[in-house]
Design a protein around this ligand. Structure first.
Ligand SMILES: [Cu+2]
Length: 131
């Protein structure tokens, strides 16, 4: 009984995923057709080392069930192969993913986000400077 009470209290207090994301700062934002893509975290920046962030996909202003999602980054390195980093993404409700990515150095990253699910499929590219 006490457990049930505690659980229902937690559900009341813990805001929905969308509300939690609203408190975060935007790292990057992009529109691709009907889709709006946003990458967010507490500081509004990616830095060297391990980064936690939120990836949000909306269609017509509503969280979009985009199923399979990937976020890959690439950095052009003079005289050598591009430096690549891929995010691990964990779904947290429709159109909402908790991501982790590691950047060994600073500098601009070409970011590619792809999705394929019930709400549609697509991909988009944008640049983020790692600080
Ligand atoms: Cu690099």
């Amino acid at each position: 009984m006490r457990i049930i009470l505690l659980l229902s209290l937690m559900l009341l207090v813990w805001p929905p995923a969308d509300a939690r994301a609203a408190a975060l700062k935007i790292i990057a934002q992009k529109t691709a057709g009907e889709f709006a893509i946003a990458v967010l975290n507490e500081s509004g920046q990616w830095t060297t080392g391990t980064n936690s962030f939120v990836l949000q996909l909306k269609k017509a202003g509503q969280p979009a069930d985009v199923g399979k999602v990937a976020l890959d980054t690439s950095m052009a390195m003079p005289g050598m192969a591009p430096m690549r980093a891929t995010a691990t993404l964990q779904a947290d409700g429709p159109g909402m993913y908790h991501g982790r990515i590691v950047f060994p150095d600073r500098g601009p990253r070409d970011v590619t986000v792809t999705w394929d699910g019930p709400a549609g499929r697509g991909s988009t590219k944008f640049t983020v400077r790692v600080r």
